[in-house]
Ligand binder design. Structure first.
Ligand code: GLP
Length: 241
């Protein structure tokens, strides 16, 4: 595990953007596993700037997102499809059909799971998986206690997560109670993993993930078992290491 210490959010975003840019340059048909949340927004903005300057080409890139709220369609402003279109896909030259986000409107979890596993497999594996981390150590929407061996699943969101994510919704009641997420098994199959974390509210989860026991109680702790993980954190996020 490689730990890269950044000064603040901007520095974290630049350092992480360098790693993603290098991946795109070295392998222009890369499969990128992408994440949402406030942590990667700065990184996406930098990728867009580099694309606008002519330094990055997304025409051969394929993407597969980690997760989506169950019940939200792509036109809902809080859906992760909407987020990805807004912050990245609509601003670079990636063919939209090369981008994949779980279908939040699929009501049947069995079908949602089978469909997305098929997509992940058809892409031939993820070259670089980007992750954030939840305050409770979740990655994607794999909440504490989720078994490691699932490839894709429908989860009940914990109160911690609903509380943390309500800032994006009109009220806590509007936050969906369930989500679809790539499981730990699919995340661990990525060739490389890049996790970004900023702020003191991530410090404890990050310390447990990096130095604590590997346990489903701290989903991100599983990353200790992957052979190519880079964590870029700012000073506040690394303050409890
Ligand atoms: C959300 C997402 C995760 C994200 C995490 C942290 O619930 N499902 O993929 O990493 O919470 O979000 P943020 O970066 O906004 O703190």
């Amino acid at each position: 595990m490689r730990l890269i210490k950044a000064i603040d959010y901007g520095d974290m975003s630049r350092k992480a953007a360098n790693i993603v840019s290098a991946q795109i340059l070295m392998k222009p048909d890369s499969v990128l596993g992408l994440a949402t949340g406030s942590s990667p927004i700065g990184l996406y903005n930098i990728l867009v700037e580099r694309y606008e300057k002519g330094d990055l080409d997304f025409s051969g890139i394929r993407t597969v997102n980690l997760d989506e709220y169950k019940g939200l369609g792509g036109d809902h402003p809080q859906s992760y499809r909407y987020f990805m279109n807004k912050y990245l896909f609509n601003r670079v030259n990636i063919p939209i059909e090369n981008t994949h986000v779980p279908n939040g409107l699929e009501e049947d979890p069995e079908k949602a799971i089978a469909d997305y596993i098929k997509i992940i497999r058809s892409l031939g594996g993820i070259d670089l998986q980007l992750l954030g981390i939840g305050n409770n150590g979740h990655i994607g929407f794999n909440e504490p206690g989720t078994p490691f061996e699932l490839e894709f699943l429908c989860v009940d969101l914990t109160d911690d997560t609903i509380e943390a994510n309500k800032r994006f919704f009109a009220s806590k009641e509007d936050v969906p109670r369930q989500a679809y997420t790539m499981g730990i098994k699919a995340i661990m199959h990525a060739k490389k993993i890049l996790l970004v974390a900023s702020g003191e509210n991530k410090a404890e989860a990050l310390a447990k993930a990096i130095y604590g026991p590997v346990t489903p109680d701290v989903p991100a702790s599983v990353l200790q078992l992957h052979n190519d993980v880079t964590i870029v954190g700012d000073e506040a996020a690394f303050s409890k290491l």
